[in-house]
Design a protein around this ligand. Sequence first.
Ligand SMILES: [Fe+2]
Ligand SMILES: [Fe+2]
Length: 236
Amino acid sequence: MSTTEAVHVPEVKTAAELAQQPEEYRTAVEKIVISHAVNELYGAQVFDEPAIKLAPTPYAKWLTCRVAMEEYHHHVRFKALADEIGVAAQRMDPEQKRPLSIFSFELKTWPEFCVIKAIADYAEILQVEDLLHCSFHPLRNLARITMPEEKFHAKFGRDFCLELIQRGDAAEVQDAIDRYFPITPGFFGASQSKNNEIYRKWKLKQRSNEEMRQDFLTRVTELVERDFGLKLPAVS
Ligand SMILES: [Fe+2]
Ligand SMILES: [Fe+2]
């Protein structure tokens, strides 16, 4: 059957009801849950937790602790859902399931962390937003819980970038954007993604990777050029 063919899309309210769905639906749900569980953990380990040390003031450390706590909690929540739907633990091991390229950046400075939160967490907001209408309700519920926290993370990044710019460190913020931004559009996946086609067929996700990427680029351009008064590097 073609993945674009119209199908009856179920509203799946519980993990128990998931077991009665077609295999393609179950596999698609598992892939989304695994991806979030792995990437929330990996991001917390390579960015948020190490950033506590980089934060320049007690106030910044406190807020960074809160961000790290919330990112670990996102992993814990997605991992609990994965356990509930019967995903084997090794499928969520970052050693087995390669984390996303946005985490390949080697974090060394506070301005880099602020840029990562302002840009990458905005990308995460778009992903979570897309799950708010997911036909698998446990994922929809997780999206509703995590959304305000992801918004806080992006605002945290934006506010601290503005603080750096206002105190004369705009060059450091620009340098971090120049090195970090080019790896972010890939976060949304391939334009002709078979997985994304299946997610949309079953109303697990609503938008194509390309639509989300364009939305992201528009928003990041506004953030960097209008709000920060800096330049967004060209990406291929
Ligand atoms: Fe998160
Ligand atoms: Fe976040």
